[in-house]
Design a protein around this ligand. Structure first.
Ligand code: NAD
Length: 503
């Protein structure tokens, strides 16, 4: 698929394409060129690594038509068992091409190979198997009913696909989050039009090859590349042939997509931003809390929706905890993804780095104490053009500062002391977002009490990012609408139909 150069270039410089691979749209089982191409640059060093075909409105239209035709044709005619077999073949196909997916994901994101090897790619494959198992095993309800004539009636439910699902994806865990939607959508018998992030087009494109090799009928899985407004994102979400839209990304974008989905009253599932609190009680297992908080603040360079950006620490251990966090943050060595010593990669882009650095500056202007970091790391010459920032910790600001309220989405956290359980629950909840929390305590009763009281979709106790894919996933408040995961995904990806039979 990557053998030829793009035929035309509108964005970027057509003359500077040496070494940049073309990444095409995948429509109706084929890779297709486009009249417009945009540049994809490496977050590591800003080198041009790919030229990406930007889907036009006509391309998106062709993708939706292909998806509708597959629904009405070969895909719609499969039994659940046949569909499940194909999804297992897709998962096996990802595993067979593990190294190709790994290379593509690491090239697009710059994240450490060790991270992508253990999280992104395996979960990409697992998402197909888990939801294949769900649809195979979940029963539907039935009710016997009395009627005045004494003969009775029988109600039973069946599930049907919602149709063509538009899947709009972010860049932070590209394959993982895309398949988290595509896995259940296909398992439930839908077809999809996927719009990957403009920052991370490669793994979604590569998955087309796996779909073809597995024998998934053409038109079931389509990929259209591009941006949001005025580009493929808008074309997908406003297309009347798209029956439902599932989205992961910023809350502001989710609100725009909700407005687009209002035309035609189409359902949305939204997984959005967060400003997650870790709550560390003085009775915690100190080392475990440090290890977990370092991961929740700095994994994937802080670009994890579930990550921590507010750390509340009970006052008796505050100073010691801050010192240990500082030491851990300073151990995270920036470096190339393939080097074993690399502890942290770059941010996704210069644009995102500008946003994160603007918060680094704002924290100082507001009077924060910079415990560590606060700027750009000193790097070898070959990495200096990349989108790097230092892992950063602050103290000295309160809950109403923008540093405590707004999602930064970088490797940074504000650490604040607290004095009582009631106080910290109130402070953690005084935020517009409600995605996740991590509670660190050895007091069992307190763990249950606080987990129940925090206004979030996911509360971890003495852990973070420990995910059983059968459980509900989603955000409270401005972090999301709806739940996906396990049987909960069926609520969005199927229409539950009740059939009432008078006996
Ligand atoms: P983003 O909202 O900028 O973009 C997400 C996707 O939406 C991209 O594909 C983009 O091109 C597209 N898009 C943008 N505007 C659009 C529009 N008007 N219409 C249609 N599509 C549009 O998000 P991002 O920067 O890619 O990702 C980071 C954000 O994602 C953070 O806020 C993070 O918290 C959130 N996130 C949430 C979860 C979760 O599960 N809750 C998971 C990962 C990331």
């Amino acid at each position: 698929m990557y053998e030829t150069e793009p035929t035309a270039a509108v964005r970027g410089e057509p003359g500077s394409q040496a070494g940049a691979k073309p990444v095409r749209n995948f429509i109706d089982g084929e890779y297709r060129d486009s009249g417009r191409w945009f540049d994809k640059r490496s977050p590591l060093d800003n080198a041009l690594i790919a030229r990406v075909a930007e889907a036009s409105r006509e391309d998106v239209d062709a993708a939706v038509r292909a998806a509708r035709a597959a629904l009405a044709g070969p895909w719609g005619g499969l039994t659940i068992a046949q569909r499940v077999d194909l999804l297992y073949a897709v998962a096996d196909g990802i595993e067979r091409r593990f190294d190709d997916f790994l290379a593509a994901e690491v090239a697009d994101t710059g994240k450490p190979v060790s991270l992508a090897r253990h999280i992104d790619i395996p979960r990409g494959a697992a998402n197909f198997k888990v939801f294949a198992d769900v649809v195979k095993n979940v029963p539907a309800e039935s009710f016997e009913m009395a009627t005045p004539d004494g003969a009775g009636a029988l109600n039973y439910a069946i599930r049907r696909p919602v149709g063509v699902v538009g899947v709009i994806c972010p860049w932070n865990l590209p394959l993982l989050l895309m398949t988290w939607k595509v896995g259940p959508a296909l398992a439930c018998g839908n077809t999809v039009v996927v719009k990957p992030s403009e920052e991370t087009p490669q793994t979604a494109a590569l998955l087309g090859e796996v779909m073809n090799a597995a024998g998934v009928p053409r038109g079931v899985y389509n990929v259209v590349h591009g941006f949001g407004p005025g580009s493929a994102g808008e074309f997908v979400t406003t297309h009347p042939g798209v029956n439902a839209i599932t989205f992961t990304g910023e809350t502001r974008t989710g609100a725009a997509i909700m407005k687009a989905a209002a035309d035609g009253a189409r359902p949305v599932s939204l997984e959005m931003g967060g400003k997650n609190a870790a709550i560390v009680f003085a009775d915690c297992d100190f080392d475990a809390a440090i290890e977990g908080t370092l991961r929740s603040c700095f994994s994937n360079a802080g670009q994890v929706c579930l990550g921590t950006e507010r750390v509340y620490v009970e006052r008796p251990i505050f100073e010691r905890f801050v010192a240990a966090l500082k030491e851990g943050a300073e151990r995270l060595r920036p470096g190339r993804p393939e080097e074993a010593a690399t502890g942290i990669g770059p941010l996704i882009s210069h644009e995102h780095r500008n946003k994160v650095l603007s918060y680094y500056r704002k924290a100082v202007e507001l009077g924060a104490t910079v415990v560590t970091g606060g700027g750009v790391p000193d790097l070898p010459a070959n990495l200096r053009e990349g989108a790097w920032v230092q892992p950063t910790l602050w103290t000295g600001l309160g809950d109403d500062s923008p540093i405590a309220r707004e999602e930064i989405f970088g490797p940074c956290a504000l650490v604040m002391p607290f004095d009582s359980e009631a106080e910290v629950v109130g402070r953690a909840n005084a935020n517009a977002y409600g995605l996740a929390t991590a509670i660190w305590t050895t007091n069992l009763s307190r763990a249950h009490r606080v987990a129940a009281a925090i206004e979030v979709g996911i509360a971890w106790v003495n852990s973070w990012f420990l995910r059983d894919l059968r459980t509900a996933f989603g955000g409270a408040k401005q972090s999301g609408i709806g739940r996906e995961g396990g049987v909960h995904s069926l609520e969005f990806y199927t229409e539950l139909k009740n059939i009432c039979v008078k006996l």
